[in-house]
Design a protein around this ligand. Structure first.
Ligand code: FE
Length: 200
C-alpha cells in the first residue's frame, strides 16, 4: 500500500479520530505494528525452518507436532492453535492456501500477503497448481508431485522448504536469513547461495 492510497489516507484519518477521542493511543497503534513487523513476522517461521535443517530430531518433531513447538516457544500473534508443517522434497512440493477466506498462521509467518486473499489465487492454486506455481516463479518438473493444503479456522499449514544448495557451511542463524515468507507458503523455491571463490 503506497503512502497516498485511499486506504492509507482513510486508515490515518481513522487513527487520528480515535486518538483525538481518547479511544486509542498512538503508542497502542505503534505497538501493534511493531508486533507484526518486528517480533512476529516471517522470522519466527524462518527460525523453525533453519533449526529443522540442522537438527534432524527437531525436524522430526516439527513435522509431527508443530503445535507443541510453537506453544513451547511462546510465539505471539496467534492463529496457530493447530499448526501442521509439511516438508518439501525433490519428489513432493507443497503449497498452502485458504480456499474459503484467508486463514494463515500469523504467529509463524506474520501478516498474510495481499495475493493470498485474492480469489484468483485461492481458486486457481487448487485447479491448476502447476501453472500457478510456474507463474509465481516455481517451475517444477513433471516428476514432482504437488500437494495443496487448504487452511481452515481449525488447521493452519506452513511449508518446510528444501535447504538450498551451497549452504553446508552456514550456521543456523545465517540459514534463517535465507528463508523467505513465500517459501514457507510454498510459492517460492529457495535458490542456492554463491560460495565465494567457487566458480559455478
Ligand atoms: Fe480462511
Amino acid at each position: 500500500m503506497s503512502e497516498e492510497s485511499p486506504q492509507a489516507i482513510r486508515a490515518e484519518a481513522l487513527e487520528s479520530i480515535l486518538i483525538e477521542k481518547g479511544l486509542l493511543t498512538a503508542k497502542a497503534v505503534d505497538d501493534v505494528i511493531a508486533l507484526y513487523s518486528e517480533r512476529v513476522g516471517p522470522l519466527n517461521g524462518a527460525r523453525l525452518v533453519a533449526r529443522a535443517w540442522v537438527d534432524p530430531q527437531f525436524k522430526k518433531q516439527l513435522l509431527t507436532d508443530a503445535t507443541s513447538i510453537v506453544e513451547s516457544l511462546g510465539f505471539e500473534g496467534g492463529q496457530v492453535e493447530k499448526l501442521v508443517v509439511v516438508e518439501n522434497t525433490d519428489k513432493v512440493h507443497n503449497a498452502v492456501v485458504c480456499t474459503l477466506c484467508s486463514c494463515y498462521p500469523w504467529a509463524v509467518l506474520g501478516l498474510p500477503p495481499k495475493w493470498y486473499k485474492d480469489p484468483a489465487y485461492r481458486s486457481r492454486i487448487v485447479m491448476e497448481p502447476r501453472q500457478v506455481l510456474a507463474e509465481m516463479g516455481v517451475g517444477l518438473g513433471s516428476n514432482v508431485e504437488i500437494q495443496v493444503w487448504d487452511s481452515s479456522a481449525e488447521i493452519r499449514y506452513m511449508v518446510l522448504p528444501m535447504r538450498p544448495p551451497g549452504t553446508q557451511n552456514l550456521k543456523e542463524e545465517q540459514l534463517a536469513e535465507l528463508v523467505t515468507r513465500d517459501s514457507m507458503i510454498g510459492v517460492e523455491v529457495l535458490v542456492g547461495v554463491e560460495v565465494p571463490g567457487e566458480a559455478s
